[in-house]
Design a protein around this ligand. Structure first.
Ligand SMILES: C=C1C[C@]23C[C@H]1CC[C@H]2[C@@]12CCC[C@@](C)(C(=O)O1)[C@H]2[C@@H]3C(=O)O
Ligand SMILES: O=C(O)CCC(=O)C(=O)O
Ligand SMILES: [Fe+2]
Length: 369
């Protein structure tokens, strides 16, 4: 997946030394990481957080209906009773903590290459912003073995075993969630031929992303992970007990998603937005940082099999509801995202909305700071 440094980034070159700062040892927010100036800070109002995304019991009798409502109105929900053992979530969190606490020189041995997807580094979307984010990430696509070996030459097996177990469990949960979410639209296994004979999404591609947000000396002026939508069908996110995830809703603004012990956050991604012909809008979200706690999150990013062209499901398309998006594969979409970032979804759109307003997901006007 080639990514091209954006013109915007070129206009704001970043000092390469600062690109790999050891954030946990920085005592004062450097200008390279200051998203908000002291003057702006005085005038910016705090968000109220009077409501948040629904919490859905996956084994509850209304799970399908509630998930459908949540996807339509928020593009996200939290799920409980999902069947992922808490001990596995704890093990993954510990694995992430161990990884990010390595010395920076060690982490850089597993650095993501400029044209690669896997490895250690800043968020891929960094190139679209003039300032750096207060975070570091580690992406796994396929086997983690090579990078784990570079990080822990003598002791990489534990990490790989934990990742493998987590991916297995997440794959099963992601398939189950897909059917809960699609089921609410009346979609059945026959409507999605690439889901396989038993609808297990066996050929699906996925990525795993660890995010680390060290405690920050000036959190109100920093940004953990800038506002974005995920280029996925769906994303299953686990956050540790430090809050920071916010989702955006039209008319409401930014809303915090509080960490609930044992719960997982489910986000609608751009490809499910396309598949549902816009009925489930992908959710704009971001991560904030805080002064005292180290925040960790891990995302399981589910995509379709690489050869599959994703387009609006034919059951959702008729005379009154024309297909709004052209067919596109996941890797083609990731390329488009790497070039166009938050304009990627509208660049795949076939016809402009009748009311003349922007696509529900075309968040070009939302301020990210
Ligand atoms: C499969 C994916 C999805 C990616 C790219 C690639 C691997 C890493 C994913 C993320 C994870 C962090 C946010 C994001 C915006 C980023 O910078 O890297 C995601 C991006 C996307 O959803 O577009
Ligand atoms: O850290 C978080 O809560 C958000 C992470 C995220 O959005 C991502 O990895 O795509
Ligand atoms: Fe995300």
């Amino acid at each position: 997946m080639p990514s091209r440094v954006s013109d915007d980034f070129m206009a704001h070159p970043v000092n390469l030394h600062q690109k790999h700062l050891d954030l946990s040892s920085v005592k004062e927010l450097p200008d390279s990481h200051a998203w908000v100036s002291p003057e702006e800070l005085c005038s910016s109002g705090a968000s109220r957080d009077t409501e948040s995304i629904p919490v859905i019991d996956l084994n509850g009798p209304n799970a399908t209906k509630l998930a459908g409502q949540a996807c339509k109105t928020w593009g996200a929900f939290q799920v409980t009773n999902h069947g992922i053992p808490e001990s596995l979530l704890d093990k993954m969190e510990a694995a992430g903590r161990k990884l990010f606490s390595l010395p920076i020189q060690q982490k850089l041995k597993a650095a993501r290459s400029s044209d690669g997807v896997s490895g250690y580094g800043v968020a891929r979307i960094s190139s679209f912003f003039p300032k750096l984010m207060w975070s570091e990430g580690f992406t796994i696509v396929g086997s983690p073995l090579e990078h784990a070996r570079q990080l822990w030459p003598k002791d990489y097996n534990n990490f790989c075993d934990t990742i493998e177990e987590y991916e297995r469990e997440m794959k099963a949960l992601a398939g189950r969630l897909m059917w809960v979410m699609l089921g609410s639209l009346g979609i059945t296994k026959e409507d999605v031929n690439w889901s396989g004979p038993r609808g297990e999404f066996n050929g699906a591609c996925a990525a795993l992303q660890f995010n680390s947000y060290p405690a920050c000396p000036d959190p109100d002026r920093a940004m953990g992970l800038a506002a974005h939508t995920d280029s996925t069908l769906l994303t299953i996110l686990h956050q540790n007990k430090a809050s920071g995830l916010q989702v955006h809703r039209e008319g409401t603004g930014w809303v915090t998603v509080p960490p609930l012990p044992g719960a997982l956050v489910v986000n609608v991604g751009d490809l499910l937005h396309i598949l549902s012909n816009g009925l489930y809008p992908s959710v704009l979200h971001r991560a904030m940082v805080n002064r005292t706690q180290h925040r960790l999150s891990m995302a399981y990013l589910l995509g379709p099999p690489s050869c599959v062209q994703i387009s609006p499901l034919s059951r959702l398309v008729d005379h009154g509801h024309p297909a709004l998006y052209r067919p596109i594969t996941w890797s083609e979409y990731l390329d488009t995202k790497a070039k166009n970032f938050n304009k990627a979804l509208s660049s795949v759109r076939l016809c402009a909305p009748l009311n003349g307003f922007a696509d529900a997901n075309d968040h070009g006007s939302v301020t990210v700071g």
